[in-house]
Design a protein around this ligand. Structure first.
Ligand code: ACO
Length: 427
């Protein structure tokens, strides 16, 4: 670990300060000593939306946004997507190492052991209106699940945490599948422990429809889950950590992270891309007009842009490749031509070039989901299933980090000074 000094001179007072630089960064709290008067609070850094603030040290996921590199625990995403499985990647993310055969088998069987959702939860899920948004249902169902396991609040008990991690891994897909079946007016398909994680999930959605359970589609689903498994301190992972920091049970924290993922600027973008292609752009001919609207800031090109990637999102690159194998089975998605043309025109226009806007993970994923027969409102649900192990890995790392306390940002107050209450009759 390198240790250097940052010297700061405050032009307001002429005073100089020396701040420790560790691994190229200063501690924001060290700025507090910089003040004009002793009775001041001291200097803070103003960073709305945390564009330049590291809130933790993490060894889970590495991203180099300029070079388009993504690694889980040091392993390149491309290798994991090619060679691994979602359950193996989950173990890697949560525990830090690729498991050996014995540990992997134990993990898979431990997750399967929790493959049983309480009947009351099934009743809650099936009491939602069939046309509810599945993300609203999933957020509620995950939070409700926690109420059945009061010991899950014992977050300093590692054995308890392990059980709840296994249960969340096993049951988030089940909750999702149960609501899908309910929304379609179909009977619920219980989990089948003889199947792999992704096969079981697709079977719970589509049992009896052999075309949709083709092994190529099962593999593609697993790959998509791996590609979505973690992405360091994004909006939902930060919510997972922030909620976790007040020490509730992990179900509540995962429910809050799921809510953060739901929005169209984050995980909800996959659904928004499909809506944009289907309802707004509709045909290749309409692309120039739509992009003009985007450049006038009247619309966003959904599935483009990223806070961290300033080059091609490596997940999008991989998904584009994976799409071919899916389309070989399902036939091509007619929206693919629009998406490819949209990407090609956008990448040649100054607006996008100057702002380093490239397709992100959500630009092509929806096309694959749609071809697999998954309805558009379920897309972000699939993202949630994929991301659950990442949230759990971030949560576990947070719990073991002695530097962490309850999350509590500061503000710069811009409101009134003290003023007296005015009676209603005088306002
Ligand atoms: N379409 C049009 N313009 C865009 C887009 C876009 N998709 N994304 C960014 N820009 C523009 C901004 O308007 C801004 O322009 P300006 O410099 O003229 O003001 C510039 O590019 C920089 O963008 P920021 O808003 O500063 O980027 P930020 O890091 O805050 O936002 C975000 C990232 C939210 C992903 C944004 O790119 C966006 O809204 N994209 C569309 C939604 C989307 O695809 N989200 C999924 C992200 S991946 C994920 O979460 C899984």
């Amino acid at each position: 670990m390198s240790k250097d000094i940052l010297s700061i001179t405050d032009s307001r007072t002429g005073k100089s300060y020396e701040l420790d630089v560790t691994d190229g960064n200063i501690r924001a709290k060290d700025l507090r000593q910089i003040k004009v008067n002793d009775d001041e609070f001291g200097m803070m850094s103003y960073d709305p939306s945390f564009e330049n603030t590291a809130s933790c040290k993490s060894s889970v996921t590495f991203i180099d946004g300029d070079k388009g590199i993504l690694r889980y625990r040091g392993y390149p995403i491309e290798q994991l997507a090619e060679k691994s499985t979602q359950l193996e990647v989950s173990k890697l993310l949560i525990d830090g190492e690729l498991p050996n055969k014995v540990d992997l088998d134990k993990w898979i069987s431990d997750v399967k052991e929790f493959n049983s959702v309480p009947k009351e939860i099934e009743n809650i899920i099936t009491s939602f209106p069939k046309n509810s948004h599945p993300m609203g249902v999933l957020i509620s169902a995950i939070a409700a699940l926690g109420t059945f396991y009061p010991n899950s609040k014992e977050i300093s008990d590692e054995e308890e945490n392990y059980k709840n991690i296994c249960r969340l891994m096993a049951q988030v897909p089940i909750l999702a599948a149960y609501f899908y079946r309910h929304s379609q007016g179909l009977p619920i398909v219980p989990p089948d422990n003889s199947m792999s994680y992704s096969e079981n999930f697709l079977n719970m959605l589509f049992q009896g429809d052999e075309k949709k359970l083709n092994p190529v589609l099962v593999d593609a689903m697993d790959t998509l889950l791996i590609l979505h498994a973690d992405h360091e301190q994004n909006c939902s992972a930060s919510v997972m950590r922030n909620t976790g920091s007040s020490e509730p049970d992990p179900y509540s924290a995962v429910a809050s992270a799921t809510a953060a993922l739901y929005g169209p600027l984050h995980g909800g973008a996959n659904e928004a891309v499909l809506e944009m292609l289907t309802n707004e752009i509709k045909t290749v001919d309409n692309i120039p007009e739509f992009l003009e609207k985007v450049q006038k800031k009247e619309a966003l090109l959904m599935g483009f842009g990223h806070r961290v990637y300033k080059s091609y999102d490596p997940r999008a690159k991989y998904i584009k490749k994976a799409a071919d194998s899916v389309f070989e089975i399902t036939g091509t998605n007619p929206l693919l031509d629009i998406a490819l043309e949209l990407e090609s025109i956008a990448l040649s226009e100054d607006y996008f070039i100057q702002r380093n806007l490239y397709p992100n993970v959500d630009f092509y994923s929806g096309l694959i989901y749609q071809s697999m027969g998954i309805p558009t409102p379920m897309f972000t649900v699939l993202f949630t299933i994929g991301r659950t192990p990442g949230w759990l890995a971030q949560w576990k790392e947070f719990l073991n980090d002695k530097d962490q306390k309850i999350a509590r940002p500061r503000q710069i107050y811009t409101g009134y000074d003290s003023r007296d209450y005015v009676e209603l009759s005088s306002r």
